[in-house]
Design a protein around this ligand. Structure first.
Ligand code: GLN
Length: 489
């Protein structure tokens, strides 16, 4: 039952084969059993969660259930949820209880979904392995000595280990797609502006975007129907007509033009991952797609550009944590400046400090033109590469991550090696484009994700492209042994 799709869960609930309280309790029991070893959840509140499930059951009984009513969803701890501890993986916010709901949380509430708990993440969403979390690392359910990816590592492990029906994540440079690839499930980063950032703790505001992390494309489409939509409280939220993201799922792929950027298959790509991506492309040819060779010439600049712009925005966004308005305050200090210094020195971890230092540096008067302005110019060129590419193809495909899940501790002392995890995902954030990762097989027993990049607002087509693949393959239904076993060693 735990491997059911969101649609199947909905049917079980609406035909009263199971109540939301029962379904929620099933997941809570699984969390009690497995979370101590995986560390996917960092805040749980059974009473709150079950109260929501009871409300959902009343709504179902009254006959006005929505597709996700009564379904238990895990929320990344970057979303403010009223009355819930909301830490963003940081000591800085370790005791912060949100006084209001993020837009995404409100949308799930309105849909009648049940909030199962808050999931672990890299501190302030900075990382690719979930190892920068103040609350400790997360284990990859496929292999406990490996990382789940990041920054949405807790949501990723929760989806893979079936400790929730689905989860939310955020993706600033790859944090939905890279963990989806490393943990073997389907994750979608929407077009920038499609999901409101209101109440989502800011990292790099021009890049941050929330999206679904779920078993299948169909599940992601149902999640998108809840998450997407205009919100006047986010100045970058786009006022577009509401769409049904499931509407194209069943269209055939005959005639689909898939662009393969040569830069995504060059040096740096693990050979085992490359083979699986090639096999997935072959599957698409069988489904009637045509392959077109394309080039995204500025791909190699995306990481350096991102690591100027994201830290610049982060240094500004994180200046609000001063020990006065939010979060941690040092116990002892001599004067105001000393209190700021000590509070920030104690509250932030090493990676966050590194980004604040870099960001402050590139924005400083003497270096702004040389770094920040230059990076903004190259960002435009990167976006232009995609505009040219989409003149030739409907979607772009390639790997989501350069390797399978790596060992915990392997890259923590080498930030640049860690940054390279996002080489195939970051350019879409810089361009504001939507991207997803879809399970495409296993290399040495570890999951590999196929990345699908779409044109602006083409989520429904990408979901169609992913769904058709999932009709002829079953990688997305594979579960790690732990998800099936009764006990965790
Ligand atoms: N790994 C990237 C970083 O550390 C992206 C993180 C993200 O998407 N939130 O910035």
């Amino acid at each position: 039952m735990i491997n059911s799709s969101l649609k199947q869960f909905g049917e079980l609930l609406q035909t009263k084969k199971i109540s939301s309280v029962e379904l929620t309790q099933t997941f809570l029991n699984r969390i009690t059993q497995h979370n101590p070893s995986i560390n996917a959840y960092i805040a749980l509140d059974e009473a709150k969660t079950l109260a929501q499930a009871r409300v959902a059951d009343t709504r179902i009984a009254a006959g006005n259930a929505a597709p996700l009513t009564g379904i238990p969803i895990a929320q990344k701890d970057i979303f403010c949820a009223m009355g819930w501890k909301t830490t963003c993986g940081s000591k800085m916010l370790a005791n912060f209880v949100a006084p209001y709901d993020a837009h995404v949380i409100t949308q799930f509430d309105n849909a009648g979904a049940v909030n199962l708990g808050k999931t672990n993440m890299d501190e302030f969403a900075m990382g690719s392995s979930n190892e920068t979390s103040y609350f400790g690392g997360v284990k990859n359910p496929w292999s406990f000595d490996r990382v789940p990816g990041g920054s949405s590592g807790g949501s990723a492990a929760a989806v893979a280990a079936r400790l929730c029906a689905a989860a939310t994540g955020t993706d600033t440079g790859g944090s939905i797609r890279q963990p989806a690839s490393l943990c073997g499930f389907t994750g979608l980063k929407p077009t920038y502006g499609v999901v409101s950032r209101f109440g989502m703790i800011a990292f790099a505001s021009s890049l941050d975007q929330a999206g679904p992390m779920a078993k299948s494309a169909e599940d992601c489409a149902l999640m998108m129907n809840v998450m997407a939509g205009f919100d006047e409280r986010d100045s970058t939220s786009l006022n577009r007509e509401k769409e049904d993201y499931t509407r194209n799922l069943n269209l055939p792929l005959q005639g689909l033009k898939i662009g393969l950027p040569k830069e995504f298959f060059a040096e740096g790509l693990d050979a085992g991952v490359g083979k699986i991506i090639e096999a997935a492309i072959a599957e698409y040819k069988k489904l009637g797609a045509t392959i077109i060779d394309i080039s995204l010439p500025n791909t190699s600049l995306s990481i350096p550009v991102y690591y100027v712009l994201a830290p610049a925005e982060a240094s500004s966004n994180l200046s609000r944590y001063d020990g006065v308005r939010y979060g941690h305050r040092a116990a002892e200090y001599t004067d105001l400046m000393d209190m700021y210094n000590k509070s920030r020195a104690e509250g932030f971890g090493a990676e966050v400090k590194r980004r604040i230092l870099i960001g402050t540096y590139v924005l400083s008067a003497g270096y702004y033109d040389a770094y920040y302005l230059k990076a903004q110019q190259i960002r435009r060129l990167i976006a232009q590469d995609f505009v040219e590419a989409f003149k030739k193809c409907d979607v772009i495909m390639g790997p989501a991550a350069p390797s399978t899940a790596f060992k915990a501790g392997e890259k923590v002392d080498d930030p640049v090696a860690m940054y390279l995890q996002d080489i195939y995902t970051i350019s879409t954030n810089l361009a504001g484009l939507p991207g997803m990762s879809v399970p495409a097989g296993f290399s040495d027993g570890l999951p590999v994700g196929l990345q699908i990049i779409g044109n602006y607002f083409d989520e429904a087509r990408m979901l169609n492209v992913a769904h058709q693949y999932q009709q002829v393959t079953d990688w997305h239904t594979a579960m790690p042994e732990l998800a099936l076993s009764k006990e965790v060693k």
